[in-house]
Design a protein around this ligand. Structure first.
Ligand SMILES: NC(=O)c1ccc[n+]([C@@H]2O[C@H](COP(=O)([O-])OP(=O)(O)OC[C@H]3O[C@@H](n4cnc5c(N)ncnc54)[C@H](OP(=O)(O)O)[C@@H]3O)[C@@H](O)[C@H]2O)c1
Length: 296
């Protein structure tokens, strides 16, 4: 007796692997172009304020696990600073021996255009070249980035940027952003802190600067606000968790190059990276998200 089977039935019966369908649009990894170069960057990275402050074995293990999750989840961007305790040294101790440098986009920040401070950051990070070198907490509207531009020209950093999370300093950020036109601006931006939408994002677009969003969870304030609540039904189509709800609100703005949530927890890193997959909320859904958060 001849048994007739379709190709699919044959593949299932013989255990053959079916050809994988092309990735649906919504499964594709969300990357954003760095405006000054066109280089694409995965849109969720890692912030390291507070989380890796002490250079000890337990912290190095935590950092190694988080970085492994970052890379496994197709992330690249790690943001640190010369003043995040020992974070630069912890990262250098994890990244260099494991040969991970080439898989990462390493961003750090200096307090001043100071060659000694830069040398210390490079030594602690165990790298000769940074992907992004930022001037931390710009306060002076007259602040020059000439030294940062020299370092970029010398090949010490591929990109330069400025940062602030103090609204009182936004006028200084605006002045320096408009005059010096750095590659990136890093600013506090979260669903319940949207000042950057009015002032910084439009200017960043005008001067062709990428935007990194610091404090995307408001230092975990947003998780405390939704404690005990489930992600609402109307948001389930784009957010599997609160972390993704909060991050996708930011990523739905195309002017945002990457979000950099801080975490010392490898599972949280994986969850945060999930915001690079699946649909983003549309403008109406974004308004609904804001209304929901404002009513909490
Ligand atoms: N002036 C500046 O330039 C400036 C200022 C502030 C921050 N930054 C940068 O922005 C980054 C982000 O800011 P941040 O780290 O202070 O605050 P944040 O990202 O808004 O929040 C971090 C907090 O959220 C928690 N968290 C992360 N993922 C989570 C998840 N999936 N589920 C539940 N909790 C989660 C973390 O705890 P767990 O460790 O338990 O995950 C941590 O307590 C900093 O790390 C830093 O790189 C820059």
């Amino acid at each position: 007796m001849t048994i007739r089977m379709t190709r699919r039935e044959f593949a299932i019966a013989t255990g053959a692997v079916l050809a994988r369908p092309a990735l649906a649009q919504s499964d594709a990894l969300l990357t954003r172009a760095i405006p000054s170069s066109g280089e694409r960057l995965p849109a969720v990275g890692l912030g390291t304020a507070q989380v890796f402050n002490t250079d000890d074995e337990a912290t190095r293990q935590k950092a190694a696990a988080v970085l492994q999750s970052l890379i496994a989840g197709d992330g690249r961007l790690v943001d640190t600073s010369s003043v995040y305790g020992d974070a630069e040294a912890v990262l250098g101790d994890v990244i260099a021996p494991a040969g991970l440098r080439g898989k990462l986009f390493v961003a750090t920040k200096l307090e001043a255009p100071d060659a000694a401070e830069l040398k210390r950051s490079l030594a602690r990070l165990k790298t000769e070249k940074l992907d992004l070198l930022q001037f931390h907490n710009v306060r002076d509207p007259q602040q020059s980035l000439a030294q940062f531009k020299d370092w970029k020209a010398q090949g010490v950093a591929r990109y330069i940027g400025i940062t602030s999370t103090r609204h009182a300093d936004f006028a200084a950020i605006e002045a320096v952003l408009a005059r010096e036109k750095p590659d990136f601006v890093q600013i506090d931006y979260s669903i319940d802190d949207r000042e950057a939408e009015k002032r910084i994002l439009p200017l960043a677009a005008e001067v062709n600067a990428g935007v990194l969003t610091a404090l995307p969870f408001g230092r975990a304030r947003l998780f405390r606000a939704v404690k005990g609540l489930a992600v609402p039904e109307w948001a389930r189509g784009f957010a599997e968790s609160w972390a993704q709800f909060f991050l996708k609100y930011l990523l739905a703005d195309p002017r945002v190059t990457a979000v950099i949530p801080g975490t010392a927890d490898a599972a949280h890193m994986t969850e945060n990276l999930g915001a690079m997959r699946g649909p983003l909320p549309d403008p109406d859904q974004r308004r609904q998200m804001v209304a929901f958060v404002e009513a909490l």
